[in-house]
Design a protein around this ligand. Sequence first.
Ligand SMILES: NC(=O)c1ccc[n+]([C@@H]2O[C@H](COP(=O)([O-])OP(=O)(O)OC[C@H]3O[C@@H](n4cnc5c(N)ncnc54)[C@H](O)[C@@H]3O)[C@@H](O)[C@H]2O)c1
Ligand SMILES: [Zn+2]
Length: 342
Amino acid sequence: MKTLHIQGKTGKSTLLVGERLQKLEHYIAGRPAVIITDHHLLDLYEKDFSCYPVVTIGCGETIKTLDTVNSIYRQLVDLEADRSTVIVGIGGGIVCDITGFVASTYMRGVSFGFVASTLLAQVDASVGGKNGVNFDGFKNMVGVFSQPEFVICDMNLLHTLSKRDLLCGFAEIVKHAVIADAEMFVYLERHWPQALALDSNVIEKLVYDSVVIKAGVVNRDETEKGERRILNFGHTIGHAIEKTTGAPHGEAVSIGMVAAAAIAHRCGLLSEKDAARIKDLLTRMNLPTRLSGHREAILSAMRKDKKREGDDILFVLPEGIGKTVIRPVSLSQIGQLTDGLI
Ligand SMILES: NC(=O)c1ccc[n+]([C@@H]2O[C@H](COP(=O)([O-])OP(=O)(O)OC[C@H]3O[C@@H](n4cnc5c(N)ncnc54)[C@H](O)[C@@H]3O)[C@@H](O)[C@H]2O)c1
Ligand SMILES: [Zn+2]
């Protein structure tokens, strides 16, 4: 097991990569606790946390709402949870986002921790202190910055995850390598088959390296004023694809990363060879790299992007593998720069 720390204005967080769900008791440390989880996790792993009261929520993005939050508050009141209670979310990004929001607002904030059970939650959603829910169809519209006291990333949980959910996590791992770590990218080029097979050493190293990158960025820019934006690599086009086609997040981001790399090449920032390496790695990992159709709808969704600044969209563009810059691209250029890519 390896341990990392985030020291933010919104709290201190200890990230435990390779720790086991069965060790949760150690981190609860004798305090009263309530578990929040979803139906899938309850079916699969209930025996590992059956000694605590459990609040179970449904699954899927549509339950990430204030209604679900209300229902959890009610159950916490019924369970007589108070300021001494620690709330633990056991699940993927949805459970973590909801748990963090509930715990940060219930009684003006109580301690909370996560057992991140999807690859995406381990390398992304559980790290960094962003919590929240969707509102009126707008994603993550209501939320807070607040750090979980601890995050357990248990690799063993990944074996029950669907292939598609695993791949979404791998897309974010590739993203981390491209934006910040050339060596990690080479490691992925050499070890992607073992990674996909969830070889314990390989997956633990990749999750750890990813968490180091995300935690490092968050430590320097907790509330997304500047550097944290590099984590949006592949997401500008990715979000537009997700919105337009309903593609899973990781698949949309994979296509978005390939498009952003091609744009970087067209802007003279990235060599053709490095753009091809990014595309090749994602292809080998069974992630999509191209989308046909929907072009106009995707461009229109990008024009409506809430992160648009006037006539420009801020793009995270690689300047090489392991290094990125943020460049404004004008709306009028986007059509031309994405020609043949989406
Ligand atoms: N807060 C952040 O910084 C941040 C960052 C990225 C994503 N997110 C959010 O994360 C959410 C997506 O998270 P996700 O991809 O983890 O999806 P998810 O939480 O919906 O989990 C995917 C599915 O896998 C199931 N599952 C979870 N762990 C399992 C396991 N070990 N075995 C079997 N099944 C398991 C879940 O029940 C669910 O059906 C989105 O709402 C997104 O907005 C937040
Ligand atoms: Zn993402």
